[in-house]
Design a protein around this ligand. Structure first.
Ligand code: NAD
Length: 342
C-alpha cells in the first residue's frame, strides 16, 4: 500500500484525498490544513486523521473539538508520498520540508514549473516523473489541453494549436473573485501563460493560447483549432477521442447544451460533488477542413486534475507503467460518463 498524506485540504486536496481513498493500492495517512473550518470537520467525520501545521494550529483545532493526530511534520514523516494542495506559492515554501524528510511530493499547477524536476500529465509524460523525488501536476486548463492533444498528436501529428481559453472567474465558493458583469482579457498579453505551461508536458507542440475570464464558476471552455500533419476524417477524430476514457464526447443533440448540463449529468450519475473528471468535447463542434480541426471542449477546473494526482503518486512511488496506472485510477474512480453518442 502507498501511504499518502494530503497537505492542504481545500478544493483540490479534499477531492484528491477522496480519490486516493478509492484506490486498491493506496491509503490515506491523514490530511493537514490550516483552518479548523467545516471542511476540516467533514474530513474528521469521514475518518481522516487531522494534522495541524504547528502547536498553535493544534490548539485552534482542539478549541473546535476537532482531534489532531500530530503536526504536519509528523504527517510528512509517516507518508510514502505527500500531495501538496496548499494555495499557489505555499507549496514552494513547503518544498524544503519534504526534501529534508526525504518524502516524495506531488505539487499542484499553481506552483511555478521550477518547484519540481518534472511537470505531469498522465496521458502525456508519465515516465518523466518515474524515479523523481517530486513532480507538479499541471493546471486544470493545461491538463485539459494535454489530454486532448496527446492522442491527436500520436494518431495524426499535431503541427500547431490555437486555443482561446474562456476561463471561469472563480470556483463556486470563491465569492471574492470576479468579474461579476464583464468579459476580461486575462491575461491581456498573448500568448497567455498556458502555452508555456503546456510545453512543460508537451515540449514539441507549437501552441498559441489566449485567455478570457467570464462571470461563471462551473467550468472552463476551450475553443481550439489544431493543424494536423495528416488530413483526418471527422469520424477518425471522433473515434480517436472516443477511445480515451478521460475524454468524453458529449452532444447538444442529447441535451448536453452547456457547462451546467455537464455538471448536472455528473450529479445525475451520483458523482461526489458533481465532479467531471473528463474533458467534455462537444461532438457537434468537431469540424475538419483538410488538415485543420476545430472543436469546443469544457473542463471542470476543480476535478480534471484529480485522476492526474492519483497517477502522479504511482509514478513517484510504484512500479506501475502509465497505462496500468491510468486504468487502475479510472476503474477505481469510475471515470467515463457514458454519455449517449450523437
Ligand atoms: P484552496 O484555497 O481551496 O485550498 C487550500 C487548502 O490549503 C485550504 O484547506 C487551506 O486551509 C490550506 N492551507 C493554506 N495554507 C496552508 C499551509 N501553510 N499549510 C497547510 N495547509 C494550508 O486551494 P485550491 O483551489 O485547492 O488550490 C490548491 C492548488 O491547486 C493551487 O496550486 C491551485 O493553483 C491548484 N489548482 C486549483 C484549481 C482550482 O480550480 N481550485 C484547479 C487546478 C489546480
Amino acid at each position: 500500500m502507498i501511504r499518502v498524506g494530503i497537505n492542504g485540504y481545500g478544493t483540490i486536496g479534499k477531492r484528491v484525498a477522496a480519490a486516493v481513498d478509492t484506490q486498491p493500492d493506496m491509503c490515506i495517512v491523514g490530511v493537514s490544513k490550516r483552518t479548523p473550518d467545516h471542511e476540516a470537520a467533514a474530513a474528521v467525520d469521514r475518518g481522516f486523521e487531522m494534522y495541524a501545521p504547528d502547536a498553535e494550529g493544534d490548539a485552534a483545532f482542539s478549541a473546535h473539538d476537532l482531534p489532531v493526530a500530530g503536526t504536519t511534520e509528523t504527517l510528512i514523516a509517516e507518508s510514502d508520498v505527500i500531495v501538496d494542495a496548499t494555495p499557489a506559492g505555499v507549496g514552494a515554501a513547503n518544498a524544503p520540508k519534504y526534501a529534508s524528510a526525504d518524502t516524495p511530493v506531488v505539487f499542484q499547477g499553481g506552483e511555478d514549473a521550477t518547484v519540481a524536476p518534472a511537470s505531469f500529465c498522465a496521458r502525456s509524460n508519465y515516465d518523466e516523473t518515474v524515479g523523481r523525488a517530486s513532480t507538479r501536476v499541471v493546471s486544470c486548463n493545461t491538463t485539459g489541453l494535454a489530454r486532448l492533444l496527446s492522442p491527436l498528436d500520436e494518431q495524426f501529428g499535431v503541427k500547431s494549436v490555437d486555443c482561446t481559453l474562456i476561463r471561469r472567474g472563480g470556483d463556486p465558493t470563491q465569492s471574492d473573485r470576479g468579474p461579476i458583469n464583464d468579459i476580461v482579457p486575462d491575461p491581456v498579453t498573448v500568448p497567455s501563460h498556458h502555452a508555456s505551461d503546456l510545453r512543460t508536458v508537451l515540449p514539441a507542440v507549437d501552441v498559441m493560447t489566449k485567455g478570457v475570464t467570464v462571470p461563471a464558476t462551473l467550468m472552463h471552455l476551450h475553443s481550439l483549432t489544431v493543424r494536423l500533419e495528416n488530413a483526418p476524417s471527422r469520424e477518425a477524430i471522433r473515434a480517436c477521442l472516443h477511445s480515451e476514457r478521460r475524454v468524453e464526447l458529449v452532444a447538444s443533440a442529447c441535451g448536453q447544451d452547456s457547462c451546467a448540463d455537464l455538471r448536472e449529468s455528473a450529479h445525475d450519475r451520483c458523482r461526489q460533488r458533481g465532479d467531471v473528471w473528463e474533458n467534455c468535447v462537444w461532438s457537434e463542434s468537431i469540424s475538419v477542413d483538410g488538415r485543420s480541426l476545430s472543436l469546443l471542449q469544457a473542463v471542470h477546473q476543480q476535478a480534471d486534475v484529480v485522476p492526474e494526482n492519483v497517477d502522479a503518486i504511482r509514478a513517484l512511488a510504484a512500479d506501475a507503467d502509465a497505462e496500468t496506472s491510468r486504468q487502475m485510477t479510472n476503474d477505481a474512480l469510475g471515470v467515463g460518463l457514458d454519455s449517449p453518442l450523437a
